[in-house]
Design a protein around this ligand. Sequence first.
Ligand code: URA
Length: 440
Amino acid sequence: MRMYDIISAKKQGLELSEEEISFFVRGFTNGEIPKYQMSALLMAICLQGMTSKETMILTKEMAKSGDIVDLSVIKGKKVDKHSTGGVGDKTTLIISAIVASLGVPIAKMSGRGLGHTGGTIDKLESIPGFKISFSQKEFIDIVNKVGICISGQSGNLAPADKKIYALRDVTATVDSIPLIASSIMSKKIAAGADNIVLDVKTGSGAFMKTLEGSIDLAKAMVDIGESVGRRMVALVTDMDTPLGYAIGNTLEILEVIDVLNGKGPKDLIDICIELATEMLYVSDKGSLEECKALAKESLESGKAFSKFLEMVESQGGDVSYITNTDKFEKSNVCYELKSNKSGYISKMDVEGIGIASCILGAGREFEGEEIDYSSGIVLNKKTGDTVKEGDILAFLHTSSLEKAKSAEEKILSSLEFSNEKPNEQPIIYARVDKDNIIRY
Ligand code: URA
C-alpha cells in the first residue's frame, strides 16, 4: 500500500477502505509517513469530506492508537461530558458537581486551553494545590470514594489524534466535520465512560461557526458514540456571546463558586441545568423533567457546592480559597475598558474576545507557556445591552498596562453597535440523539 495512492484516491473523492485508513493512522503515528504527505491527505479530506463509515473507522483507529482506559472497576455507569470549546465556558465544573452529588460517578479527563478557547484543567490548576495527575489506581480510588475526579489527559490517550491535531492546527485543516468528530470521539472512547453528553458550540467563538455545520457535527459524533455502544446526547449551544461574564482561569473559578452558591449569571446557570439534566437522563435517573428537577434541587440546596468542596479537597486543592475567595491572588492591574460608542451591543466576535484574554495572560501563545491565572476579562456588558460612550464595557485583569491596552484594542474591534435592540438569541439551538434532531 502506498500513501501516494491514498492521497490521490481522496483527492478524487473516493471512499477509503478500512485497510487504507488503518495504514495512514498507524504509519503517521509511528513516524513512517512524513508530515508533507499527511498534510496533503488532511487537506483532501477537508475538501472532499468522509463518509460516515470512513469517519467511524478513523475514530476507532485513532482511539486504539494508545491506551484505552478501563473504568469497569468503578461502581455504576460513568458519564462524561465534552464541550467542543468556547470562551468563558466553565460549565464542566458546575455540571460535574451537580451530577456527582446525585450519585452518578464522574471519572473525567479534561484538556487545557486550545487556541482562543479556555480549558478545564487550567481553570482547576488556578486553585492552589489542586492536582490533575494521578496513577490509574489513585484516580479510580478517588472516584469510588468521592464520586468524582477530574484529571488531565494521560500522555498516551489517542496519540494518533495528538499528532494529527498538531498538524491540522498549522495546515488550516481544523474546520472539517469528519476530522473534528473523529478527533473528539477518539479521545472520549479511549477515556472509557459509558455515556457521553456533548456540548457542541456554534457561533463566532466556536470552531464550527454555522448552525447547520454544528448540527451535522453533533450528529456525526452521536452516531460514532452509539456505534461503539455509548449512550449519546448532544446539545448545540450558543457561542455568539461568551458564557457568563468571567473569562480567565481564577476569574472563572470565582464565577463557578458564585453559581454553586445560588448566584451567578442566568445564561450560565440555564445551560448548566440543561447539560446536567441530559447527563442524568443518559444515566437513567428519570424522565427529562425529573432529571431537570433533580439538577435544580442539587444546585439550589447547596448539594452541588458540597460535592465541589469534596472534589477540591480530594484532589489536594486548598478548600479555604473556595470558602473565602478573597484569598485568591489578584492581578496587578485592573483596567476599566470604556466604550468609545453609544448604542446597543449588536454583535460580539467571541473569538476576538478569547484572543484578548490570551493577550492579558489567561491563555498560551505557544505550547507549554506559563499561564497568569489571575488575568482575564470580566465583562460588564454583553450582546443586547445598551451602552453610552464612556460606560465601562469590561474590567481587564492583567500584569501590565501595556497588555491591557493591547487587549483593549482587540476587544473594541470585536464589538458591533446598533441603534436597534438586537433580537435575543436562544442559548440552546438543537438537541441531537440517535433517533432525532430537535431544533428549538
Ligand atoms: N477539539 C478537539 O479535541 N479536536 C478538534 O478537532 C476540535 C476541537
